[in-house]
Design a protein around this ligand. Structure first.
Ligand code: ZN
Ligand code: MN
Length: 138
């Protein structure tokens, strides 16, 4: 199945109205490892879709997050960032330029005693600091 057909099928399963804008948003997210914000996505696509509003991008992202196709990251204090890479992984965020990098390794952690009566289903490690580029110029 080619990429477009797969994307169409995904939207159909979600019961979402298929619009070229929505397809482009999903395509954009699947093809970047940059963890874009809603603004980044809007700016990247507005030339191709001059009539698309920021609200369309935002609402589409909300639906994609709700249906588990995209993850919303709360690690950037200035704005929500989005990740189409939904399998469990960890992140590094540069505190100067805001770049987010994937950290794909397993950390062996022990569930802390104070959570023993909770059901822990996930955890995320967030590394913070300066990325390679910002470290050079700091
Ligand atoms: Zn940086
Ligand atoms: Mn990621």
């Amino acid at each position: 199945m080619d990429e477009l057909k797969r994307r169409l099928e995904t939207y159909r399963k979600l019961g979402l109205k298929l619009t070229p804008q929505r397809l482009a948003i999903l395509e954009y997210l699947e093809n970047t490892r940059e963890h874009p914000s809603a603004e980044d996505i809007y700016n990247a696509l507005k030339e191709r879709f001059p009539s698309m509003s920021f609200a369309t991008v935002y609402n589409t992202l909300e639906v994609l997050v709700e249906r588990g196709l995209v993850k919303e990251l709360g690690i950037d204090p200035s704005k929500k960032r989005f990740d189409s890479f939904t399998h469990p992984h960890h992140h590094f965020i540069c505190r100067k330029c805001g770049k987010i990098l994937d950290v794909e390794r397993n950390f062996d952690i022990t569930i802390p005693a104070e959570l023993s009566d909770c059901e822990v289903t996930n955890f995320q490690v967030v590394f913070e600091g300066l990325c390679r580029d910002c470290k050079k110029t700091d």
